[in-house]
Design a protein around this ligand. Structure first.
Ligand code: IPM
Ligand code: MG
Length: 356
């Protein structure tokens, strides 16, 4: 019996998590090898409202004692503030990443043929695009020293060689199972931390001579992702660059609502979440696209539980539903059938029930 910690969070978080759980239920009903129980805990704005902080101790303990964590989203205008000592929902997310040492964030950018026309890019640039963004998640400018002193403020981008090295090893290992190409993305023409990044990439590459290594500056990478996205296989990069590039890359798929993520680390407990935020503007309206969260569940089955067939079943169900031209609002197009969050979840579940 696997134990999954459930952190629904804020905004659309609870709505998309509910659909992901229905999918997990459908899988466990048909796969005796996969039985699970869930336990919920607070994170983000809702945790602030109920406990005063974004990451209560009980939440961390529950996650540590679980086999995997499924997270919705955190944040919303209600809790926004610019107070240097302020309490913010995002502290919950950053905190749990750090507590569980989830240093590698995998964001697969997979193009579904059925969605090629939903992208803002011309179709001819999208065929064959299959990118894995591997983002460092527990270091860099997100966690370096920061301060507000009078009318000045600073944030520090701080990396050690070994932090970079372990992230890059994950990138190279993934490339070995995929397209055998790594783009290590940095800003080595300006930043010292990026020059260290580049040195680490050269060193790690010695153990991966079968993989092609390209160094690319982050500004160029941002441009190349739009100019010729099919050139990329694995993009391995630091925390902030990965945050920005993965949002950009998600638009190749048609919507940020299609981008799943897996955060892996050294503690053995991995965390799965959609790459998008809490979308406060549509929260509670049953409009959000649950597919990024459902794909995150598929990543959980793949990476945490080694259930490859079950993960494939989810991915195939998503593909089939999209091929049948069912869409949520964010990926809607002419002639397609528009579904709500719950309807999309149900379509995936119904498809899973008929796939064998
Ligand atoms: C993400 C999000 C978070 C991040 C925010 C909500 C703190 O944008 O997971 O990409 O910047 O890491
Ligand atoms: Mg982001």
């Amino acid at each position: 019996m696997y134990k999954i910690a459930l952190l629904a969070g804020d905004g659309i978080g609870p709505e998309i998590i509910k659909e992901a759980l229905n999918v997990l239920d459908a899988i466990s009903e048909s796969s005796p090898s996969f039985q699970y129980e869930v336990e919920e805990a607070l994170i983000g704005g809702i945790a602030i409202d109920e406990t005063g902080i974004a990451l209560p101790k009980e939440t961390v303990e529950l996650c540590r004692g679980s086999d995997a964590v499924l997270l919705g989203a955190v944040g919303g205008p209600k809790w926004d503030n610019t107070d240097p000592g302020g309490v913010r929902p995002e502290q919950g997310l950053l905190g749990i990443r750090k507590e569980l040492e989830l240093f590698a964030n995998l964001r697969p950018v997979k193009i579904f043929d059925a969605l090629i026309d939903s992208s803002t890019l011309k179709p001819e640039y999208l065929h064959g695009v299959d990118v894995m963004v591997v983002r460092e998640l527990t270091g860099g400018i997100y966690f370096g020293e920061r301060k507000r002193i009078g009318d000045r403020a600073f944030d520090t981008c701080d990396y050690t060689f070994s932090e970079i090295e372990r992230l890059l090893r994950i990138g190279f290992d993934l490339a070995r199972k995929r397209g055998k190409k790594v783009h290590s993305v940095d800003k080595a023409n300006v930043l010292e931390s990026s020059r260290l990044w580049r040195e680490a990439a050269v060193k790690v590459h010695e153990d991966y001579k079968d993989i092609e290594l390209n160094h690319m500056l982050v500004d160029n990478c941002a441009m190349q992702l739009i100019r010729n996205p099919a050139q990329f296989d694995v993009i391995a990069t630091g925390n902030m660059f990965g945050d920005i590039l993965s949002d950009e890359a998600s638009m190749l798929t048609g919507s940020l609502g299609m981008l799943a993520s897996a955060s892996l680390g050294s503690s053995g407990v991995s965390l799965y979440e959609p790459s998008h935020g809490s979308a406060p503007d549509i929260a509670g309206q049953n409009q959000a696209n649950p597919l990024a969260t459902i794909m995150s569940v598929s990543l959980m089955l793949r990476y945490s539980f080694d259930l490859m067939d079950e993960a494939d079943r989810i991915d195939n169900a998503i593909e089939e539903v999209l091929n049948n031209r069912f869409r949520t609002a964010d990926i809607m197009e002419d002639g397609a059938t528009r579904l709500s969050t719950t309807e999309m979840g149900k379509k995936i579940v119904d498809t899973l029930k008929t796939d064998r």
